[in-house]
Design a protein around this ligand. Structure first.
Ligand code: DAH
Length: 340
């Protein structure tokens, strides 16, 4: 019996020596310590051991079990260390390896200009309101004092959808929609896309405008000039910017003006951008025609207002020195990248 136990220990040792991985180790565990393992069969043989030898043999069997268990634990520690080392080696990452760079996009120059202008006006107490791009003849023309067949329609070539439906040619119809739905005092800006069948270096069939409207009691040309001069100072980052009003004509304003701002490049001295004049034309404006107030349900005896409309592409061209409007629509990545 003693011999048997000794052989058992050395067999276990040998079996463990050749266990190359955790699954081999498990098989050894089962073979020696499992229910029908070799140690169990030795224990079964205990009944044939003479009584006086039982304490000694029992002790030996216990010692053998403890020894085998500790051999297994030791082997397990070695195998885990080995497998971890192998895994680390296999999954090693080279942190110095050249990565793939993610290109960040940038906002379109027109979007930048719109955001900046809306920012300026909301800081001056205006709210932003949008209107539909497919408009009726009433909102786009008639309510704005441009009757059917009137020569003033020739100021704006139009994409008609039906006789009465069209793609809006300007953002001015949102003035009327606003006055119909909001009671004075009104201070709104209306950004959006507008459409006209023109296509050359300074015109595009789709372009963007921002309309402004202020209606309250006692609004005059002074309010218009004050607000627009403050706007010009902020937009062109020039605290000394001045505005100049030139008489003009729009059917929806009376009187009407073109608003010029001192050239942002030469500050009035005269340069290529302002064609030597020192002034740049930035927008159309005027005192809202009483007929338009009336058409929109506002009492012209009580209220007056001023309005203005500006072209986003034009402002972007002035602000960023872009020579050809078509560059804004070509989506050339080399151009767009410069506005990061
Ligand atoms: N709607 C005009 C256009 O597209 C621009 C404009 C001029 C708007 C004067 C106004 C204004 O509100 O008062 O040409």
């Amino acid at each position: 019996m003693q011999e048997k136990i000794k052989t058992l220990i050395s067999n276990a040792k040998n079996a463990l020596k050749s266990a190359a991985n955790m699954s081999d180790l498990n098989s050894v565990k089962v073979a020696f310590l499992g229910k029908s393992g070799e140690l169990t069969s030795v224990l079964r043989g205990m009944k044939d051991v003479p009584n006086d030898k039982k304490p000694l043999i029992g002790k030996l069997v216990n010692e053998a079990r403890d020894a085998i268990q500790s051999f297994i634990q030791e082997k397990e520690r070695i195998l885990i260390a080995k497998e971890t080392a192998e895994k680390l080696e296999k999954e090693k990452i080279d942190v110095t390896f050249k990565g793939t760079k993610k290109e960040l996009g940038s906002l379109h120059p027109c979007t930048l200009v719109i955001e900046e202008i809306l920012d300026i006006f909301t800081n001056l107490g205006f709210t932003v309101k949008h209107g539909p791009e497919v408009e009726t003849d009433f909102y786009n023309f008639q309510a704005l004092n441009i009757p059917k067949d009137h020569p003033a329609r020739e100021m704006q070539d139009t994409f008609y959808i039906t006789e009465d439906l069209l793609l809006r040619t300007h953002t001015s119809p949102v003035q009327v929609r606003t006055m119909q739905s909001v009671k004075p005092p009104i201070r709104v800006v209306n950004p959006g896309k507008v459409y006209r069948p023109d296509d050359d270096a300074t015109h595009s069939p789709m372009f963007q405008q921002i309309e402004g409207l202020v209606v309250d009691e006692g609004i005059t040309m002074c309010d218009l000039k004050g607000i627009l001069e403050e706007f010009a100072k902020r937009l062109f980052n020039d605290p000394n910017a001045k505005t100049r009003l030139r008489p003009s004509f729009f059917p929806f304003t009376e009187p009407s003006v073109e608003v010029d701002v001192t050239c942002s490049m030469c500050h009035g001295k005269g340069c290529r951008l302002c064609k030597g004049t020192g002034w740049i034309e930035v927008l159309g404006a005027g005192i809202v025609n009483p007929k338009v107030l009336e058409n929109s349900g506002i009492d012209p005896e009580k209220y007056s207002g001023f309005a203005f409309g500006l072209g986003i592409e034009r402002i972007a061209m002035i602000k960023y020195g872009i020579p050809d409007m078509r560059m804004l629509f070509e989506n050339d990545i080399r151009f767009l990248k410069q506005f990061k």
